[in-house]
Design a protein around this ligand. Sequence first.
Ligand code: VAH
Length: 328
Amino acid sequence: MPRVLITGALGQVGTELTLALRERYGVSEVLATDIRTPSPDHPAASGPFKLLDGLDAAGLLSTVQEQGIQEIYHLAALLSAVAEAKPALAWHLNMQSLINVLDTAHACQCRVFAPSSIAVFGPDTPRNLAPQLTSLRPTSMYGVTKVAGELLCDDYARRYGVDVRGLRYPGLISASAPPGGGTTDYSVQMYHAAARGEPYTCFLSSNTALEMLFMPDAVRATLDLMDAPRESLRYPNAYNLAGMSLTPAAIAAEIRRQLHRFDLPHFEVEYAPDPVRQAIADGWPSSIDDAAARQDWHWRPAYDLRRMTGEMLSALTHHPTGGIIHGT
Ligand code: VAH
């Protein structure tokens, strides 16, 4: 009987969390769900899978009850760029699916992981080292749903005692699953283009600095937060998380620096900022202060740009070199 249910299991984070949770608890203990069926080679297809829409409250409740689920990782959501194009749908899907998860958790005594994002910050948040406690006036619908989500999680914890936790994920970089319509997707697309030996046109300006994190660090942070003693958590569902403050130009330069290790040709990037996604990015801080996570549950990132780039290019070129850098 699976003890864990993941919504949005086919997304960028859901794919990696499905793998990590099945490795930790056993394949049969983790029920992956999404609104579309995984391809046979997708990690979610390696164990229990169910088609489930986060808006289907009855279906979620009956699944959790029938399966005896004890933890819900709620990853289903519309990300920033898609949400900006479909604001009403984004509000409905992101908020109603969260309410459904929290109501189910309350009814079934489940613990919940529901991610927030650096999208909660807005233009009047300090640009450098955005604090844990600060002004949260985002100028994107995605950010609005993330601020509302943090407050909703606080309410369910206060009112019903639901143990719900979350992290303000920065931009996440991973090789295994494509990103799903976010403003930071350029970073993943850049690595893929370089690995194909193709040029890349970046939809953000070259000097747009944003906080980013390599997916293995994000997955470890998620599991470490869920493992932490509840009484040690000052901000259980909204911890700032930081890894590397990067610009597109810095990522491109590091890719170029390592091309020779993977027998890749030169890599050209041109910059053609997309007004909508540039405006979203310009509303986000360039770096994040994650001191609270470091103090409360001993968070530390393990990857820097060099190591991440080595692992990304190795994974995308299937080159055995890997992330270890020998004298480069
Ligand atoms: C997005 N990748 O771009 C997500 C993330 C901080 C950005 O929330 O929408």
